[in-house]
Write a protein that binds this ligand. Structure first.
Ligand code: SF4
Ligand code: SF4
Length: 408
């Protein structure tokens, strides 16, 4: 996939109609083998688990290809627990010519890095994946401190294993991304206090933590990194958000109030430019700028999310489609029964910071506004926002839109 295939005629025609190429997140399973405190799907949670059948996935992927869905993510739970089925689904999505196919892992398969057949096993996995059109593989990393990460996940040894596995993946032309879920343990257990009284100190703690984190993943051998914004559900957000995606938690490790979020987003925004030339960083600065504005009370400035319009989520439990993983009271039915072209609703939602949907909504939302209402959008948006957006777009192009099959 290159820049040319993103800026093709069909995609530009969609933009002119106020739509963008679709994204579908398929929660293939909610089975998991990790213990992350930031997640309701950890293995210690006692509830009935599900996995979507292969036949159902085929029907979903057929419909996705028919309806110009360009990006498919197979998520979990931990999708690699069912690795054979996962690879066969990725192969099927490749066969349907879906250009952006993504999946990720908590890295459990890297824990036994000292075993005699470790290299053989990782080579085999990397080779299998390299034979598909998988574009991005993410590996979760929660902390710059290996011990903290491994204890949080309940997966001892994974960091050494990841370090050993990355060159093997690279040899097969797969460049995994480190995926950080922002939390209070980024710099190590207890480094960022739970109860914060000093705003500037809190900002600086995160600023230092993000630097440590980026240095850590560069040292491990990653060439790409992403940050998932905190998905805690606070008291004041509860009314709007009903999660069908269990990747949220009330744990203090990932719970932040609005003022804390402002400081976190500022810290991330000020750290990213230092590292953009060293590692490809998905997180757009324009999105962080907008989120800061939103939490400062200027939510009119941010682009609404395209969940339920161009982006969709399929839940492992019900097999149904939702606007996203967090509007669980809006069951849209089976994906293959939905005619995406007929959706006439306008984007409106800003109820959460799910980066999978918010970041592309911000980037593409402004593009649509600029194409459809050039004078209004250019006059209304702050000059700094427009500069950041242009800078992001230039960077995205330089990074080949984060092509995980290229080194750079
Ligand atoms: S964050 Fe991922 S790996 Fe951790 S418990 Fe949740 S689904 Fe499992
Ligand atoms: S902002 Fe997007 S991801 Fe969040 S609740 Fe709204 S539609 Fe869902």
């Amino acid at each position: 996939m290159n820049n040319k295939s993103i800026f093709n005629i069909s995609n530009l025609a969609s933009v002119l109609k106020g739509r963008i190429p679709g994204q579908l997140v398929i929660q293939y399973t909610d089975f998991c083998n990790a213990e992350c405190p930031q997640c309701g799907m950890r293995k210690t949670e006692n509830y009935q688990r599900f996995k979507i059948s292969k036949e159902e996935i085929v029907k979903i992927l057929d419909a996705a290809a028919r309806q110009n869905i360009q990006s498919i993510s197979f998520t979990g739970g931990e999708p690699f627990i069912f690795v054979e089925e996962l690879v066969s689904m990725i192969k099927y999505a490749s066969h349907k010519k879906i250009p952006f196919i993504r999946t990720g892992t908590n890295g459990f398969m890297f824990a036994d890095w000292e075993s005699a057949d470790y290299e053989y096993k990782i080579n085999k996995l990397a080779e299998e994946l390299s034979e598909t059109n998988l574009r991005n593989l993410w590996i979760s990393i929660d902390s710059a401190d290996p011990k903290t990460h491994e204890e949080m996940r309940g997966l001892p040894g994974v960091i050494k294993g990841i370090e050993k596995a990355l060159p093997i993946f690279h040899k097969h032309g797969i460049y995994p991304a480190a995926n950080l879920g922002i939390n209070r343990n980024i710099a190590g257990f207890g480094k960022i206090p739970i109860y914060v009284t000093d705003k500037n100190g809190f900002y600086q703690s995160f600023r230092d933590a993000f630097e440590l984190f980026y240095n850590h993943v560069i040292d491990l051998g990653f060439t790409m990194v992403n940050a998932c914004y905190p998905m805690s559900i606070n008291e004041d957000e509860k009314a709007e958000i009903i999660a069908v995606y269990g990747a949220s938690s009330l744990s203090k490790v990932v719970s932040f109030n609005a003022e804390e979020k402002i400081q976190i987003f500022k810290a991330l925004m000020n750290t990213i430019p230092m590292y953009r030339s060293e590692i490809r960083i998905f997180t757009p600065l324009s999105s962080l700028y907008s989120l800061i504005n939103q939490y400062c009370g200027n939510s009119d400035d941010t682009m609404p999310c395209r969940g339920g319009i161009d982006f969709f989520f399929i839940n492992a439990g019900t097999g149904s489609t939702y606007p996203c993983g967090y509007r669980g009271n809006e069951n849209m039915g089976k994906f293959y029964d939905i005619d995406i072209d007929k959706i006439s609703d306008k984007p409106f939602c800003k109820a959460c910071d799910w980066e999978c949907f918010r970041d592309p909504s911000e980037m593409a939302g402004f593009l649509i506004e600029a194409v459809k209402h050039p004078i209004k959008s250019l006059l209304l948006k702050a000059p700094i926002y427009k500069e950041l957006w242009k800078e992001d777009l230039k960077y995205y192009k330089e990074c080949n839109f984060f092509d995980g099959r290229r080194k750079k």
